[in-house]
Design a protein around this ligand. Structure first.
Ligand SMILES: [Zn+2]
Ligand SMILES: [Zn+2]
Length: 458
């Protein structure tokens, strides 16, 4: 089996790995690279293989950095099945449509600007029609059930505990077992089950997003959240939480539901202002088979994703009306890295006032507005306008949906038994991957951080 690391090699986004077994090619994922426009355009628009030669794709989970370039792959000739869990299929359908919509919108704007300069229009990476065609290629498979994407190769998906429907992937051929983590979750997080350890394995392709860091414990974080809400109440703050539409929003809702039950949210309305997040929450309700025991129990008593103070904001008018309301209030809105979506207009209206709070709850890629806020830039640019950052900014790492450095080392140990020959670290900025490499080498393991387009024979 030849494996070529194509995307998410020495970077986080754009997950894409090419497998070749007896001249049959298949892919693990086809994610979108997120970064500066020109670089992203260049990386996302070309593939180092012919899409029509690819027999199948296996998708670990719905996040756009793992699934978001599939419509482009299909547009360029890939016609095979895309295997994933049923929940991933439903979430990916929403995210791919959303991504197509954003791209069509962005290119309309870009082409208007190009026309003003007398330049020819550019085409978006893919259109809504491409996304719809790709959605038809998504093929649901159950956890723990082995299937054959190409003759002679067996694949099994196990729960990754990262987001609803997420999986780690085991690939078997000629008696060799190759493990791919997708994005690995954490133990003990609400809503979904814990990651499953797969053992034994011969090779691991492992994410390293937080390879060199330790998260705060989830319990500490809930306490911290409570303190922030008390502060918001006292100062009548608007608390803006940029939140990913998938998992993070639902996780925050379940935490706030607990705090509501404890009486902490008296007179503090909570708004989920993201149509995508609301639709994804609907998908969560349709997939109770992915829930952990605790959430399954809550489900028997009512809706785990609702409480009396909570409002799912429906239209843009209602969203804008929040600008005129005074605090305290909590607004959760996407996109999670503040790169677009309704959160940008909430930031415009709150960031300049020291009374307000911005709470970052997830990974912020380099070059994004969220990263600048996280790094406490004194000024930020939103839609070509500059704003002083006077609102108080906080980071709550305890909410991360990714395993941290310690979790990753523990996970590798659990997959061991002396059979493990090599670990390839992907899906991480180089400093994080190197830190994890160091820690894994202390276990006498061979650990590589492959560059993009490196091919290894396994
Ligand atoms: Zn993910
Ligand atoms: Zn990812």
């Amino acid at each position: 089996m030849d494996v070529t690391f194509v995307g998410a090699a020495r970077t986080v986004t754009g997950s894409l790995h090419l497998f070749e077994y007896k001249k049959q090619k298949f892919l693990l994922e086809c994610g979108i690279f997120q970064g500066h426009r020109e670089e992203a355009e260049r990386i996302n628009s070309t593939f180092p293989f012919k899409p029509k030669d690819i027999k199948a794709v296996i998708l670990s989970h719905a996040h756009i950095d793992h699934s978001g370039n599939l419509p482009n792959l299909a547009r360029r000739g890939f016609a095979g099945p895309i295997y994933c869990t049923s929940a991933t299929k439903d979430i990916a359908s929403l995210l791919l449509r959303d991504s197509a919509k954003i791209q069509e919108f962005d290119f309309k704007y870009l082409n208007k600007k190009r026309a003003e300069k007398g330049l020819l229009p550019k085409e978006p990476l893919y259109t809504m029609a491409d996304a719809e065609n790709t959605i038809k290629q998504l093929s649901a498979v159950d956890y723990d059930r082995t299937f054959e994407p190409v003759p002679g190769v067996q694949v099994t998906l196990y729960d990754a505990g990262h987001i609803l429907g997420s999986s780690v992937i085991l690939i078997e051929a000629d008696g060799k077992r190759i493990f791919f983590s997708g994005d690995l979750g954490r133990k003990g997080m609400p809503i979904i089950r814990d990651p499953v350890a797969v053992e034994p394995v011969d090779y691991m392709i492992l994410e390293s997003t937080y390879g060199g860091r330790q998260h705060e414990s989830f319990d500490n974080m809930q306490q911290e959240f409570k303190t922030l809400i008390e502060r918001a109440k006292k100062k009548k703050s608007k608390m803006v939480i940029p939140a990913f539409a998938v998992e993070r929003t639902q996780l925050l809702v379940t935490i706030l539901k607990n705090l509501y039950d404890e009486g902490c949210l008296k007179n503090v309305p909570v708004y989920v202002d993201s149509p995508l997040a609301s639709n994804v929450t609907e998908v969560f309700r349709r997939h109770p088979e992915c829930f952990d025991a605790e959430t399954t129990k809550i489900l028997t008593e009512g809706d785990p994703f609702n409480f009396p103070n909570l409002h799912y904001v429906a239209d843009a008018e209602e969203s804008k009306s929040l600008n005129d309301k005074s605090g305290p209030m909590i607004i959760m809105s996407a996109s999670g890295m503040c790169e677009g979506g309704r959160v940008t207009h909430h930031l415009i209206h709150t960031i300049g006032d020291a009374q307000n709070m911005i709470v970052i709850t997830g990974f912020q890629a380099r070059g994004t507005l969220g990263r600048q806020i996280l790094e406490r830039a004194p000024k930020v640019t939103i839609f070509h306008d500059e704003f002083d950052v006077r609102a108080k900014t906080y980071f709550m790492g305890g909410l991360s949906a990714h395993a941290d450095g310690e979790d990753l080392v523990e996970y590798v140990k659990a997959s061991g038994d002396g059979r493990l020959k090599k670990v390839f670290l992907v899906h991480g900025e180089i400093e994080e991957s190197q830190a994890l490499q160091q820690n894994l080498r202390e276990l006498d393991l061979h650990v590589d951080i492959p560059q993009s387009l490196t091919t290894v024979s396994i």
